[in-house]
Write a protein that binds this ligand. Sequence first.
Ligand code: NAP
Length: 288
Amino acid sequence: MTAVLIDGKARALALRESVAAGVREFVAAHGRAPGLTVVLVGDDPASAVYVRNKGAATLAAGMVSAEHRLPAHVPEAALLALVAALNNDPAVDGILVQMPLPRHIDSDKVIAAIDPAKDVDGFHPVNAGRLATGLPGLVPCTPTGCLLLIEEILGDISGMEALVIGRSNIVGKPMAALLTAKSATVTLAHSRTRDLAAHVARADILVAAVGVPHLVKGEWVRTGACVIDVGMNRIALPDGKTRLTGDVEFEAAAVRAGWITPVPGGVGPMTIACLLANTLKAAWARSI
Ligand code: NAP
Protein backbone atom coordinates (compact mmCIF):
# COMPACT_ATOMS: atom_id res chain seq x y z
CA MET A 1 0.00 0.00 0.00
CA THR A 2 1.35 3.42 -0.93
CA ALA A 3 -1.71 5.55 -0.20
CA VAL A 4 -2.01 7.45 3.05
CA LEU A 5 -4.97 6.10 5.04
CA ILE A 6 -7.50 8.84 5.80
CA ASP A 7 -8.44 8.51 9.46
CA GLY A 8 -12.11 9.51 9.49
CA LYS A 9 -12.46 8.50 13.14
CA ALA A 10 -9.77 10.92 14.29
CA ARG A 11 -11.08 13.76 12.09
CA ALA A 12 -14.63 13.12 13.33
CA LEU A 13 -13.47 13.14 16.95
CA ALA A 14 -11.84 16.54 16.43
CA LEU A 15 -15.05 17.87 14.85
CA ARG A 16 -17.17 16.46 17.69
CA GLU A 17 -14.90 18.18 20.22
CA SER A 18 -15.26 21.50 18.42
CA VAL A 19 -19.07 21.04 18.30
CA ALA A 20 -19.06 20.31 22.06
CA ALA A 21 -17.14 23.57 22.62
CA GLY A 22 -19.71 25.38 20.46
CA VAL A 23 -22.52 23.82 22.49
CA ARG A 24 -20.98 25.18 25.71
CA GLU A 25 -20.98 28.66 24.14
CA PHE A 26 -24.60 28.23 23.07
CA VAL A 27 -25.64 27.15 26.58
CA ALA A 28 -23.83 30.15 28.09
CA ALA A 29 -25.63 32.48 25.68
CA HIS A 30 -29.12 30.97 25.79
CA GLY A 31 -29.39 29.01 29.03
CA ARG A 32 -30.42 25.85 27.23
CA ALA A 33 -28.71 23.17 25.16
CA PRO A 34 -29.51 22.58 21.47
CA GLY A 35 -31.92 19.68 20.98
CA LEU A 36 -31.92 16.95 18.33
CA THR A 37 -34.99 14.73 17.96
CA VAL A 38 -34.82 11.52 15.96
CA VAL A 39 -37.93 9.72 14.70
CA LEU A 40 -37.63 6.00 14.04
CA VAL A 41 -40.46 4.15 12.32
CA GLY A 42 -40.51 0.36 12.48
CA ASP A 43 -37.95 -2.06 13.88
CA ASP A 44 -35.23 -2.34 11.24
CA PRO A 45 -32.18 -3.43 13.31
CA ALA A 46 -29.64 -1.41 11.25
CA SER A 47 -31.73 1.77 11.63
CA ALA A 48 -32.06 1.12 15.37
CA VAL A 49 -28.25 0.92 15.67
CA TYR A 50 -27.82 4.20 13.72
CA VAL A 51 -30.39 5.92 15.91
CA ARG A 52 -28.74 4.66 19.10
CA ASN A 53 -25.33 5.88 17.91
CA LYS A 54 -26.76 9.28 16.96
CA GLY A 55 -28.42 9.61 20.38
CA ALA A 56 -25.20 8.75 22.23
CA ALA A 57 -23.16 11.19 20.12
CA THR A 58 -25.74 13.96 20.69
CA LEU A 59 -25.56 13.52 24.46
CA ALA A 60 -21.74 13.34 24.38
CA ALA A 61 -21.68 16.73 22.62
CA GLY A 62 -23.73 18.20 25.48
CA MET A 63 -26.96 18.47 23.50
CA VAL A 64 -30.45 17.26 24.36
CA SER A 65 -31.30 14.01 22.61
CA ALA A 66 -34.88 12.82 22.15
CA GLU A 67 -36.24 9.84 20.28
CA HIS A 68 -39.72 8.94 19.05
CA ARG A 69 -40.29 5.31 18.09
CA LEU A 70 -43.36 4.58 16.01
CA PRO A 71 -44.61 1.13 14.92
CA ALA A 72 -44.01 0.06 11.30
CA HIS A 73 -47.77 0.23 10.57
CA VAL A 74 -48.15 3.83 11.80
CA PRO A 75 -50.40 5.81 9.41
CA GLU A 76 -48.62 8.46 7.34
CA ALA A 77 -50.93 11.11 8.82
CA ALA A 78 -49.77 10.26 12.35
CA LEU A 79 -46.12 10.63 11.35
CA LEU A 80 -46.88 13.97 9.66
CA ALA A 81 -48.70 15.12 12.82
CA LEU A 82 -45.64 14.24 14.92
CA VAL A 83 -43.38 16.19 12.52
CA ALA A 84 -45.74 19.19 12.77
CA ALA A 85 -45.61 19.02 16.59
CA LEU A 86 -41.80 18.90 16.52
CA ASN A 87 -41.72 21.85 14.09
CA ASN A 88 -43.68 23.84 16.67
CA ASP A 89 -41.66 22.73 19.71
CA PRO A 90 -39.19 25.54 20.61
CA ALA A 91 -36.88 23.09 22.43
CA VAL A 92 -36.31 21.11 19.23
CA ASP A 93 -33.60 22.55 16.96
CA GLY A 94 -33.07 19.55 14.72
CA ILE A 95 -35.48 16.90 13.42
CA LEU A 96 -34.23 13.74 11.77
CA VAL A 97 -36.65 11.14 10.43
CA GLN A 98 -34.62 7.96 9.98
CA MET A 99 -34.76 6.57 6.44
CA PRO A 100 -35.86 4.27 4.92
CA LEU A 101 -39.52 4.56 5.89
CA PRO A 102 -42.06 1.73 5.43
CA ARG A 103 -43.44 1.53 1.89
CA HIS A 104 -46.90 2.88 2.75
CA ILE A 105 -45.34 6.20 3.78
CA ASP A 106 -44.30 8.77 1.17
CA SER A 107 -40.76 9.75 2.23
CA ASP A 108 -40.74 12.87 0.05
CA LYS A 109 -43.92 14.10 1.74
CA VAL A 110 -42.41 13.56 5.18
CA ILE A 111 -39.15 15.31 4.27
CA ALA A 112 -41.11 18.24 2.82
CA ALA A 113 -43.13 18.49 6.06
CA ILE A 114 -40.03 19.17 8.18
CA ASP A 115 -39.36 22.85 8.92
CA PRO A 116 -36.34 23.63 6.66
CA ALA A 117 -34.78 25.50 9.61
CA LYS A 118 -34.78 22.23 11.61
CA ASP A 119 -33.90 19.94 8.69
CA VAL A 120 -30.50 18.81 10.02
CA ASP A 121 -30.30 16.05 7.39
CA GLY A 122 -30.42 18.78 4.72
CA PHE A 123 -32.85 16.75 2.59
CA HIS A 124 -35.69 19.31 2.38
CA PRO A 125 -36.17 20.74 -1.14
CA VAL A 126 -35.60 24.25 0.24
CA ASN A 127 -32.19 23.26 1.59
CA ALA A 128 -31.36 21.31 -1.58
CA GLY A 129 -32.29 24.41 -3.62
CA ARG A 130 -30.19 26.64 -1.39
CA LEU A 131 -27.18 24.38 -1.89
CA ALA A 132 -27.74 24.27 -5.64
CA THR A 133 -27.96 28.06 -5.87
CA GLY A 134 -25.09 28.82 -3.50
CA LEU A 135 -27.24 30.18 -0.65
CA PRO A 136 -26.54 29.30 2.99
CA GLY A 137 -28.60 26.45 4.43
CA LEU A 138 -28.38 23.04 6.03
CA VAL A 139 -26.29 20.70 3.87
CA PRO A 140 -26.53 16.87 3.93
CA CYS A 141 -24.12 15.38 6.46
CA THR A 142 -22.31 12.68 4.46
CA PRO A 143 -21.13 14.89 1.57
CA THR A 144 -20.23 17.64 4.05
CA GLY A 145 -18.03 15.13 5.88
CA CYS A 146 -16.44 14.00 2.61
CA LEU A 147 -15.62 17.59 1.65
CA LEU A 148 -14.01 18.24 5.04
CA LEU A 149 -11.76 15.20 4.54
CA ILE A 150 -10.90 16.21 0.96
CA GLU A 151 -10.07 19.82 1.83
CA GLU A 152 -8.00 18.84 4.83
CA ILE A 153 -5.84 16.71 2.55
CA LEU A 154 -5.75 18.72 -0.66
CA GLY A 155 -6.40 22.29 0.50
CA ASP A 156 -7.57 24.38 -2.46
CA ILE A 157 -9.25 22.01 -4.96
CA SER A 158 -10.10 24.59 -7.62
CA GLY A 159 -9.49 23.28 -11.12
CA MET A 160 -9.07 19.68 -9.98
CA GLU A 161 -10.93 16.87 -11.75
CA ALA A 162 -13.52 15.39 -9.37
CA LEU A 163 -15.63 12.33 -10.13
CA VAL A 164 -18.69 11.53 -8.02
CA ILE A 165 -20.19 8.10 -8.68
CA GLY A 166 -23.85 7.96 -7.60
CA ARG A 167 -26.53 10.66 -7.97
CA SER A 168 -28.73 10.17 -4.90
CA ASN A 169 -30.26 13.21 -3.22
CA ILE A 170 -28.53 12.34 0.05
CA VAL A 171 -24.95 11.82 -1.17
CA GLY A 172 -24.10 12.09 -4.88
CA LYS A 173 -25.97 15.23 -5.96
CA PRO A 174 -25.09 17.36 -2.91
CA MET A 175 -21.49 16.10 -3.13
CA ALA A 176 -21.30 17.28 -6.74
CA ALA A 177 -22.78 20.66 -5.73
CA LEU A 178 -20.26 21.09 -2.90
CA LEU A 179 -17.31 20.23 -5.14
CA THR A 180 -18.63 22.55 -7.85
CA ALA A 181 -18.91 25.36 -5.29
CA LYS A 182 -15.22 24.78 -4.52
CA SER A 183 -14.44 25.21 -8.24
CA ALA A 184 -13.47 21.60 -8.95
CA THR A 185 -14.36 20.33 -12.43
CA VAL A 186 -17.04 17.83 -11.53
CA THR A 187 -18.32 14.75 -13.35
CA LEU A 188 -21.38 13.00 -11.88
CA ALA A 189 -21.55 9.33 -12.90
CA HIS A 190 -24.45 6.92 -12.42
CA SER A 191 -25.75 3.56 -13.60
CA ARG A 192 -26.09 4.75 -17.23
CA THR A 193 -22.55 6.15 -17.42
CA ARG A 194 -20.52 4.69 -20.30
CA ASP A 195 -16.91 3.69 -19.61
CA LEU A 196 -16.75 4.39 -15.89
CA ALA A 197 -13.10 3.26 -15.91
CA ALA A 198 -12.12 6.15 -18.20
CA HIS A 199 -13.80 8.68 -15.89
CA VAL A 200 -12.09 7.18 -12.82
CA ALA A 201 -8.71 7.32 -14.57
CA ARG A 202 -9.05 11.13 -14.97
CA ALA A 203 -10.12 11.89 -11.41
CA ASP A 204 -7.85 13.71 -8.97
CA ILE A 205 -10.70 13.33 -6.48
CA LEU A 206 -12.94 10.25 -6.54
CA VAL A 207 -16.05 9.94 -4.38
CA ALA A 208 -17.80 6.57 -4.72
CA ALA A 209 -21.37 6.51 -3.36
CA VAL A 210 -23.04 3.62 -5.10
CA GLY A 211 -23.75 0.67 -2.80
CA VAL A 212 -22.12 -1.95 -5.03
CA PRO A 213 -19.20 -3.70 -3.34
CA HIS A 214 -15.87 -3.23 -5.16
CA LEU A 215 -17.48 -1.66 -8.24
CA VAL A 216 -14.43 0.61 -8.67
CA LYS A 217 -11.42 -1.47 -9.66
CA GLY A 218 -8.10 -0.54 -8.13
CA GLU A 219 -6.37 -0.53 -11.51
CA TRP A 220 -8.71 2.26 -12.73
CA VAL A 221 -7.57 4.71 -10.04
CA ARG A 222 -5.36 7.59 -11.12
CA THR A 223 -1.92 7.60 -9.51
CA GLY A 224 -1.94 9.92 -6.50
CA ALA A 225 -5.73 10.39 -6.44
CA CYS A 226 -7.71 11.17 -3.30
CA VAL A 227 -10.23 8.32 -2.94
CA ILE A 228 -13.29 8.75 -0.72
CA ASP A 229 -15.33 5.57 -0.39
CA VAL A 230 -18.84 6.27 0.90
CA GLY A 231 -20.16 2.75 0.16
CA MET A 232 -21.26 0.66 3.13
CA ASN A 233 -21.92 -2.84 1.88
CA ARG A 234 -22.35 -5.86 4.14
CA ILE A 235 -20.91 -8.93 2.46
CA ALA A 236 -20.96 -12.58 3.49
CA LEU A 237 -17.67 -14.29 4.30
CA PRO A 238 -16.93 -17.98 3.65
CA ASP A 239 -17.15 -18.72 7.41
CA GLY A 240 -20.76 -17.46 7.49
CA LYS A 241 -19.88 -14.17 9.19
CA THR A 242 -20.33 -10.80 7.47
CA ARG A 243 -18.20 -7.71 7.15
CA LEU A 244 -18.60 -4.15 5.89
CA THR A 245 -16.85 -3.20 2.68
CA GLY A 246 -16.83 -0.22 0.35
CA ASP A 247 -17.54 0.49 -3.31
CA VAL A 248 -13.81 0.57 -4.12
CA GLU A 249 -11.38 -2.37 -4.28
CA PHE A 250 -9.45 -1.12 -1.27
CA GLU A 251 -6.14 -3.02 -1.45
CA ALA A 252 -5.69 -2.62 -5.21
CA ALA A 253 -6.71 1.07 -5.14
CA ALA A 254 -4.39 1.81 -2.20
CA VAL A 255 -1.41 0.81 -4.34
CA ARG A 256 -2.17 3.66 -6.77
CA ALA A 257 -4.01 6.31 -4.75
CA GLY A 258 -2.36 9.11 -2.80
CA TRP A 259 -4.97 8.98 -0.04
CA ILE A 260 -7.85 6.61 0.64
CA THR A 261 -10.60 6.18 3.22
CA PRO A 262 -11.10 2.78 4.86
CA VAL A 263 -14.55 1.19 5.23
CA PRO A 264 -15.46 1.22 8.06
CA GLY A 265 -13.69 4.09 9.81
CA GLY A 266 -13.60 6.62 6.96
CA VAL A 267 -16.70 8.54 5.94
CA GLY A 268 -19.13 6.93 8.43
CA PRO A 269 -17.87 8.67 11.60
CA MET A 270 -17.81 12.01 9.74
CA THR A 271 -21.52 11.71 8.95
CA ILE A 272 -22.54 11.66 12.61
CA ALA A 273 -20.10 14.45 13.50
CA CYS A 274 -21.58 16.62 10.72
CA LEU A 275 -25.10 15.88 12.00
CA LEU A 276 -24.08 17.32 15.38
CA ALA A 277 -22.52 20.34 13.64
CA ASN A 278 -25.74 20.88 11.67
CA THR A 279 -27.81 20.71 14.88
CA LEU A 280 -25.65 23.36 16.52
CA LYS A 281 -25.83 25.50 13.36
CA ALA A 282 -29.63 25.17 13.30
CA ALA A 283 -29.83 26.12 16.99
CA TRP A 284 -27.76 29.29 16.47
CA ALA A 285 -29.72 30.24 13.35
CA ARG A 286 -33.06 29.81 15.15
CA SER A 287 -31.95 31.82 18.16
CA ILE A 288 -30.98 34.95 16.27
P1 NAP B 1 -28.67 5.08 -3.76
O1 NAP B 1 -29.72 6.06 -3.44
O2 NAP B 1 -29.03 3.65 -3.95
O3 NAP B 1 -27.91 5.59 -5.07
C1 NAP B 1 -26.96 4.80 -5.69
C2 NAP B 1 -26.43 5.51 -6.90
O4 NAP B 1 -25.44 4.66 -7.51
C3 NAP B 1 -27.49 5.79 -7.98
O5 NAP B 1 -27.35 7.11 -8.43
C4 NAP B 1 -27.17 4.79 -9.07
O6 NAP B 1 -27.41 5.26 -10.38
C5 NAP B 1 -25.68 4.60 -8.91
N1 NAP B 1 -25.25 3.32 -9.45
C6 NAP B 1 -25.79 2.10 -9.24
N2 NAP B 1 -25.11 1.16 -9.92
C7 NAP B 1 -24.12 1.80 -10.58
C8 NAP B 1 -23.09 1.39 -11.47
N3 NAP B 1 -22.94 0.11 -11.80
N4 NAP B 1 -22.25 2.32 -11.95
C9 NAP B 1 -22.38 3.62 -11.62
N5 NAP B 1 -23.34 4.07 -10.78
C10 NAP B 1 -24.20 3.17 -10.27
O7 NAP B 1 -27.51 5.06 -2.67
P2 NAP B 1 -27.04 6.16 -1.58
O8 NAP B 1 -28.10 6.32 -0.57
O9 NAP B 1 -26.48 7.35 -2.26
O10 NAP B 1 -25.85 5.36 -0.90
C11 NAP B 1 -24.75 4.89 -1.64
C12 NAP B 1 -23.83 4.08 -0.72
O11 NAP B 1 -23.35 4.93 0.30
C13 NAP B 1 -24.54 2.93 -0.01
O12 NAP B 1 -23.60 1.86 0.15
C14 NAP B 1 -24.87 3.50 1.35
O13 NAP B 1 -24.97 2.52 2.37
C15 NAP B 1 -23.66 4.38 1.57
N6 NAP B 1 -23.90 5.49 2.50
C16 NAP B 1 -22.96 5.66 3.48
C17 NAP B 1 -23.11 6.71 4.35
C18 NAP B 1 -22.07 6.92 5.41
O14 NAP B 1 -22.30 7.66 6.34
N7 NAP B 1 -20.89 6.30 5.27
C19 NAP B 1 -24.19 7.58 4.25
C20 NAP B 1 -25.11 7.41 3.21
C21 NAP B 1 -24.94 6.36 2.33
P3 NAP B 1 -28.90 5.60 -10.95
O15 NAP B 1 -29.26 6.91 -10.34
O16 NAP B 1 -28.70 5.67 -12.41
O17 NAP B 1 -29.78 4.48 -10.49
